[in-house]
Design a protein. Structure first.
Length: 162
């Protein structure tokens, strides 16, 4: 297993990271989606949106062999820290990369909002088991918004297993 390092996203790598996200999305998420889901997500994962200067302190990249192999981003939804992006290259699955990305995103959430009590995520069908393993619990029923099928989940800070 190649060494994996973690750092914040850098200017100029938005295109490469967008391609990583879309490869993983197309394989693991898109097959379950209704018409229009991929198009909606494609806008969300655009290089311009991924590289927005205001989001750079919230986007963590996993790097192995000199190239990005995973990415996670934490923002806010309804005034609560919210994981709004988490993807790892298929050949790197099972190596703890997503778990470490979540751990680092939770750390960023704590730094940005010391009073936060929880972190939320809208987990795709493929990702629900992973989020459950790192301590997230469903907080609502599966939903379809903008063509994306997800289950709202949350973890109470201090209870995560990442």
């Amino acid at each position: 297993m190649a060494e994996v390092t973690y750092r914040l996203i850098r200017s100029g790598e938005e295109e490469e990271i967008s391609r990583l996200v879309m490869r993983a999305f197309d394989e693991f998420v898109a097959p379950d989606l209704p018409e229009g889901g991929r198009e909606h997500f494609n806008e969300y994962a655009s290089p311009a949106r991924l590289g927005a200067p205001e989001r750079r302190r919230e986007t963590v990249v996993a790097v192995s062999g000199g190239r990005p192999v995973g990415v996670g981003r934490i923002g806010r939804r309804n005034e609560t820290p919210h994981v709004d992006l988490l993807f790892v290259e298929k050949e790197m699955h099972g190596q703890g990369i997503a778990r470490e990305l979540v751990r680092r995103l939770v750390d960023i959430a704590r730094e940005n909002d010391p009073a936060a009590e929880r972190v939320t995520v809208n987990a795709t069908r493929y990702a629900v088991p992973f989020y459950a393993r790192v301590g997230f619990e469903p907080s609502g029923e599966e939903q379809t918004v903008g063509g994306i099928i997800s289950t709202p989940m949350e973890v109470r800070l201090g209870e995560e297993r990442a």
